[in-house]
Design a protein around this ligand. Structure first.
Ligand SMILES: Cc1ncc(COP(=O)(O)O)c(C=O)c1O
Length: 394
């Protein structure tokens, strides 16, 4: 009588969604730690820095002041003004606070934009390797991801000329991510301009995930809004301001699409956390020296990781210029990145992300995050060197 289990009622699409493997690696690593093993974490894309004190204080003060109620569905006007001001300062683009919708992180922002755009058969063009969750959002909402396999020797750049070959009558949007996870690629002005031309010509939007904005170590950084207003820009506070757990992000959307997105926000999320929004204002308007220090530290770690990975025998054919990842080719050791990362975790005590999490274009690769202290990174690299040396002996 009680033999039936409830999983038979789950929707097919919820059963079919793949796991976010990096979270599974993290959870396996945590299980080993609970057994007393020492694990070096090079898998997770989470700043090891604490959130700056002035940001924490702003949230506490807001709570004490009683800012614990729902806000406007689009977010506090003062935060939206600060966001608009930051885009004006950085990129010279003139936006209105009306165009901003504050969300509980960039992930809900992605969900809302895809919800607003996609219907069955709609295609979203994206680079492969990609951020693991992109195709899962698209497929869950009935769309189809269309992959443009990018070339490592060209820094995994998504080139407008190649994108044009994948356009079809079903193309609904082109998704870009710069600086990129997992490749560290930073898009050039020419590439963004070329994509903007496609957007203008065909009246399709560019969805631009800028969550790693500011984490650029060499060369210039540009924003799609410098070239077209046919764009949905997604950004957040998780990475640059070391605020992953606060869950704060935003969408900048074309004026004619605000109302649709606002209605989605009202129905599904109501608004982002009120006192967290005040922390966001402090992050944008407060001192920025700590941010510059973090960026400098990431850069030192990036150079160290690159040097060590190459010494170890992994191949990195173009220097990643942004975010905090190195995607290294491990195919001379194995073509099965999931199995290889499991062995590295169990045998060497180092958690790394299997390339397959980021699509077929990264199978046989491993992603190393340098959002960890130099001391831990050194220890991790020593362990990896010993692991791969043994592999070569076999
Ligand atoms: C490319 C990319 N987009 C979005 C996210 C999600 O960020 P958030 O913490 O703002 O939801 C991540 C997180 O790792 C990411 O790497």
């Amino acid at each position: 009588m009680f033999s039936k289990k409830l999983d038979c009622i789950l929707s097919k699409k919820s059963e079919d969604i793949p796991p976010f493997y990096v979270m599974e690696v993290l959870e396996s690593a945590q299980a080993l730690e609970a057994e007393g093993r020492n694990i070096i974490h090079l898998e997770i894309g989470e700043p090891d820095f604490p959130t700056a004190p002035h940001i924490c204080e702003a949230a506490t003060a807001a709570m004490v002041r009683g800012n614990t109620k729902y806000t406007h569905s689009q977010g506090l006007l003062s935060l939206r003004e600060a966001i608009v001001e930051s885009y004006l300062q950085k990129f010279g683009v003139d936006l209105s606070p009306e165009q901003v919708i504050v969300t509980s992180g960039t992930s809900p922002a992605l969900l809302m934009v895809f919800m607003a755009l996609l219907e069955n058969q709609d295609e979203v063009i994206m680079a492969n390797p990609y951020y693991a969750c992109y195709p899962n959002f698209v497929k869950y909402l009935g769309g189809t991801p269309v992959y443009v396999y990018t070339n490592e020797t060209k820094g995994f750049a998504l080139e407008p000329g190649t994108v044009r070959q994948y356009l079809s009558p079903n193309t609904k949007a082109i998704l870009v991510n710069s600086p990129a996870n997992p490749t560290g690629h930073v898009m050039s002005a020419e590439s963004l301009e070329g994509l903007a031309e496609i957007a203008e010509e065909l009246n399709i939007p560019i969805i631009s995930d800028e969550i790693y904005q500011g984490l650029v170590y060499s060369g210039e950084e540009h924003c799609i809004l410098e070239y077209t207003d046919k764009a949905f820009v997604l950004n957040g506070f998780s990475k640059l301001y070391a605020m992953t757990g606060w869950r704060l992000g935003y969408i900048i959307c074309p004026k004619e699409c605000i109302r649709a997105l606002q209605k989605l926000q009202q129905n599904f999320f109501i608004c982002a956390n009120s006192f967290v929004q005040e922390a966001g204002i402090a992050a944008l308007k407060g001192p920025q020296e700590h941010v510059a220090e973090m960026v400098e530290t990431y850069n030192m770690r990036r150079q160290y990781v690159l040097k060590r990975l190459i010494e170890i025998g992994l191949d990195v054919r173009s220097e990643p210029m942004g975010a905090f990842y190195v995607l290294a080719d491990a195919r001379k050791f194995s073509n099965d990145s999931l199995e290889l990362s499991r062995r590295i975790l169990n045998e060497a005590g180092v958690a790394v992300t299997p390339g397959i999490d980021f699509g077929e274009g990264a199978e046989g690769y491993l992603r190393f995050s340098y959002a960890n202290s130099l001391e831990n990174i050194k220890e991790g690299m020593d362990r990896l060197a010993a692991f791969f040396e043994k592999e070569l002996e076999v």
